[in-house]
Ligand binder design. Structure first.
Ligand SMILES: C[S@@+](CC[C@H](N)C(=O)[O-])C[C@H]1O[C@@H](n2cnc3c(N)ncnc32)[C@H](O)[C@@H]1O
Length: 355
């Protein structure tokens, strides 16, 4: 038997234990979000477990244990003399709201959704069969909408659209826009609210996501200019769009080359393809070395992106960290002539392609 380097074992115990603590904490974060515990602490005032339970319609004994865990992991501060707990403003900005630039409680929903489909995914690993997006748990759809929503709110209107050649002006004048794989349509609705002269169509193969999207459009008061249709990325009507968007979707598709070729055909001659993809380096070694989000992205990719792609014809399975050269190959195969990286943000790269 190989003699173990016990120092390396101890170091790895610390590392591995941290991941398990993270998983447990993630479950507690989902609980705190679901029950409104963080929102009730958002003022930053110290609270007793009794007061927090009273304010949220929950039971004190459970809430006391939740607060103890949150204090132990450093998410809330504990005052032992007063027996109260407080959520610092800097933590509330991540945990108690979806609105601000650093909101991230939605991200905790993603692993919750993955855990709920472990059996399905284990079977897919054995057989090689795909698992369609629509077969995932609702928590995955909510996480996508809420967590990616933060990134879109921070960058879409202020950085990404202005970085595209002439697109801001066209949207302001009145353009026809398609969003492929629109899901719950968070970014499409941001565009619709910002550009009242333009019209928007969201396509997706998952009807339940589109029902939520239509509800969100009505709530935002843009339902007259935004419509949704169940359609595959390779089969929606080619209506001469000025702008076709793929937000975090192209790499999920079974046949991204055909989807990009269809988009090229569906654009008008002067149109623009906006491709938003996870920020990644070009190869696994570089992602491991340089991308702090790589472990999260490869996990989500295995469970969601690769699984969805393998559920569809061709099953190219680019994975969530395909990297720019691979994405450029896809666009070149689809006969896009001009491709450039127009922008990037902490989680995304933005490619602009012209027919
Ligand atoms: C990661 S989600 C992104 C959703 C949305 N664009 C966003 O950023 O919030 C990928 C979306 O692509 C959709 N999708 C997957 N395969 C598709 C296909 N072949 N045709 C159309 N939509 C597809 C899924 O149903 C899902 O809504």
């Amino acid at each position: 038997m190989t003699e173990l380097d016990m120092k390396a074992v101890e170091a790895f115990i610390g590392h591995a234990t941290g991941q398990v603590i993270g998983a447990v904490t993630t479950a507690m974060v989902v609980m705190g979000d679901e029950l409104g515990l963080y929102r009730a602490m958002a003022s930053g005032e110290p609270v007793s477990p009794e007061a927090l339970a009273g304010a949220t319609g929950t039971h004190e004994r459970y809430v006391r244990e939740w607060l103890a865990q949150q204090a132990a992991v450093g998410f809330v501060r504990y005052d032992a003399d007063a027996a109260t707990f407080r959520l610092p403003a800097e933590h509330a900005a991540l945990l108690a709201t979806d609105e601000g630039p650093v909101a991230m409680v939605g991200a905790a929903l993603m692993p919750a959704g993955l855990f709920r489909r472990l059996d399905t995914l284990a079977q897919a690993f054995r057989t090689g069969d795909g698992v369609a997006w629509g077969e995932q748990d609702d928590a995955v759809f909510a996480a996508t909408e809420r967590f990616f929503g933060t990134a879109y709110r921070n960058s879409l209107l202020t950085e990404w659209v202005p970085a595209l050649d002439g697109v801001g002006a066209k949207l302001a004048d009145g353009a026809l826009v398609a969003d492929v794989g629109t899901g719950r349509a968070a970014p499409l609705l941001m565009l619709a609210e910002a550009y009242p002269a333009s019209r928007f169509v969201g396509y997706d193969s998952h009807p339940a996501s589109l029902e939520v999207a239509a509800q969100r459009a009505a709530e935002a008061g843009v339902g007259d200019r935004v419509r949704f249709e169940v359609a595959d990325a390779t089969g929606y009507p080619a209506e001469g769009y000025d702008l076709i968007c793929f937000f975090d979707t192209l790499h999920d598709l079974g046949d991204p080359v055909s989807a990009a070729a269809h988009a090229r055909h569906a654009l008008n001659g002067d149109g623009t393809l906006l491709l938003v993809e996870p920020l990644a380096f070009d190869d696994l070694a570089s992602n491991i070395a340089n991308n702090p989000g790589a472990a999260m992205q490869y996990g989500a990719s295995a469970f969601l992106c690769v699984a969805n792609s393998l559920s569809q014809p061709v099953g190219l399975a680019l994975g969530a960290q395909a990297g720019e050269p691979r994405l450029r190959d896809v666009l070149a195969e689809a006969s896009f002539r001009e491709v450039r990286r127009a922008a990037e943000s902490p989680f995304h790269m933005v490619l602009e392609a012209r027919p």
